[in-house]
Design a protein. Sequence first.
Length: 455
Amino acid sequence: MGNTIPEAIADQIARLNLDGLELIRQYSRFYPQNELASDVVGYVNIFDHLGQAGLEYTQEKFLEREIRNIRLSRAGNGALMPGHVPEGFMHLDDLRLQLTIDTRLQRAARSALKETIKKFKAERGSIIVMNVHNGSLLTLVCEPTYNPNQYSKFDVSLFKNWALSDLYEPGSTFKPLNVAIALETGIITAQTLFNDTGKIQIGEWPILNHDYKSVGARGMINPTKILQHSSNVGMVRMMRKMKPEVYYDWLEKLGLKQKVGIELPAETAGQLKSKYKFKVSPIEPATASFGQGFSLTPIQLTQMLGALANGGKLVTPHVVRGLFDTKGNPHWQPRRPAPRRVFSPNTTRTVVEMMETVVTDGSGKASRIPGYRIGGKTGTAQKASPTGGYYSDAKITSFVGILPVESPRYVILAVVDEPQGNAFGSTVAAPLVKSVIEALIAIERIPPSSQNFRQ
C-alpha cells in the first residue's frame, strides 16, 4: 500500500513513455465516510480483495461482484458484433446492501463520544442506539477506531467491534432487569419496602452502597427509590426473596449465556458462574443483584434493556436491512428469529416508569431534557481483573436511556471504559447519552411528551 499512487498521477507518468518503468493497475475499495462506520462496515484487503472485518467479512457474498472474461467477435471494421455478445453481459448489478445505521446520528454520537473520552482521559467507549421494536441499530460506535482506507496504519486490535466482542460487568445498569424479574415472579410489588441499612454482610463479604460513607442508612425504601439511589443493599435484600436456582434460570432466560446473533463477526456470549455455585454460594446471587459477578457485552445488555422498553420481548439487534435496487425495491432481506417474550407488558411499564424517576429525581439527572420523558439508569462498576478480583483504580461507567417513556421507541446505551477524575455513570455517561438523545430527537423529529410531568 505504501507504493501506490493515484490514477491521475499514474496517467501522467504513463504519457512520459519511460523505459523500464511498469505501472500495475490495482483496484481497492474506497470508503468515502472514512472512519464514520468502520466499526460496522469493516474493510477489504487491498492485495486479495477479501473482507477482513465487519460486514465486509460476514456479508462478502452480497458485496462481491463477479468479474467475467468474455471473448467477443468483431466485424471487419473493428466494431463489436452484437449478436455474439452473451445475453445479460452488459447488465449491471444495481443491488445495494442497505444498513439500518443513520449516518447523521452515527456522526453525532461519535463526536460526542470522542469529546467525552478526551475530557475524562478514558481508554475507550461505545454508544449503541437501538429501535426497541425491531432491533435495528441506528448507531453502533466504538472509539478509538480506524480509517478503513488506511487500515494498515492502525493496530489490529481496533478491527474488532468491542461492543460485541468484549465482556464486562454491567453493574447498576442491570438493576432494572433484576427489578423486572422480581416483579414478574411476584416476590415483590412496586410498593414493597426494604430496609436499606447502607451496609450488609453476606457470609464473609461486606456489601456497601456506593454512598454509604456520606449517606449511611436510608431506612425503608421501595423499588423505585432503590433504583433512584442505586441501592446495592436494597437490591440484595430484594433478590434474596427469590430462590437462587429460580433467579439463575431467569438470567439464563434473558439469554445471558448466549449470543444475540448480530451479523457482525467475533461476537462473544456472556458468562455466568455454574448453577451449582450460584445455588450454594450466597455471595453469587447477592453480587448479581447489583450487576457484578457475571459478564456480558454492551450489545447483549442493549438487547435485554430493549425488552424493558418494548413491552417484554427480546428482539435481535441487527445492522443489515437487506439488498435493495436503486428504486428502493427489496430483493433479499434476512430472516431473523421471532421476538421472544420474557416479561409481561405490565411489568415493563412499571419498571420504565421507575427508571423515569432516576432521571427526574435520582442519579440520572444529567440526562434530563425539558419536555421529554426519559427513563434511565446509571452504572459505575468495578473493573474485573483477568487474574480474579477487581482493579482498585479502574472502573467502567455507563448509562442507559429509554425514550420516550409514554411510548418507548429507542434504547440508548453508553459505556465508557476507565475514565479518570470525577468519573461515575452520572458524570460521564449520562451527559453523553443526553447529547445523543438530543441529536436523535432532531433527526427523528420526536415530538415533546404530551403529558405534564415534573422536570
